[in-house]
Ligand binder design. Sequence first.
Ligand SMILES: O=C(O)CCC(=O)C(=O)O
Length: 285
Amino acid sequence: MSNKLTLGLLQLPVGKDVADNVRRALESITQLKANNPQLQLAILPESFNGPYSVEEFGRHAEPVPDGPTCRALSNLARKLGIYIIGGSIIERDVCNKLYNTCTVWAPNGQLIGRHRKLHLFNMNIEPEQLGGVQFDEGEALTAGNELTVVQIGAQKVGIGICHDKRFEELARLYRNMGCSMIVYPSAFCICQGPMHWELLQRARAMDNQLFVVTCAPARDNMSGYVAYGHSMIVDPWARVLREAGQGRELIVETIDFDTVDEVRRQIPIYKQRRTDIYNQARANI
Ligand SMILES: O=C(O)CCC(=O)C(=O)O
């Protein structure tokens, strides 16, 4: 099996109307595939079908996988014969709990992964700091409890959502589970984005020697939560391979997973780790 994968990042605007957002996502993926027949995987942003807002989550929540957005993604994956990492949507479960959920679809339209955001975004940066940001997803959402690894072609891919990328233990576990790429649909805002967005991705890529990919919404200065944009592909050397700007942008890139082995062979930190010492120290904390 080829060690290459052609993926597309769809940095799309997200408005108030769910049907419009979904239609735009479907049309954009269809167009991207028409222009790039080699496309194998399309990736959407966090909360791609509705506003990223604690007050609005309940309004646009849907069942997974039996809601209209999931059905549309499944049909499109099958029609185009590609994988889709469906950014995230707000999921309403049978007990009426809400989750920030990423669904992953195979080229036959089957659901192969459902990741409920593990680390809910909770931050209170004071206004003096770069405009500040106050956000607490926990006011409306419940955190997931499971890691999610999906098989995409020959690769194992770990899934996280936005704030999940701040937690290096999660990325480490994905690496230990055999992943060669982690995909984080995301929506950082313009406050902490410039400080931490690229750094976090490069750090996760460097520590774990794998590809790190994010897809963010396009910036809308009039929305309540102004997204940073800058969807990105970072390679296992921790180099930024591709980076979007702030507006609507579609990126297509073919990545070569031989780079993963190349880096792991040349900088063999995983053979050098002193887990004996770490475990001993951990037991004494
Ligand atoms: O961790 C951050 O700084 C931002 C997180 C975020 O925007 C999110 O989880 O949606």
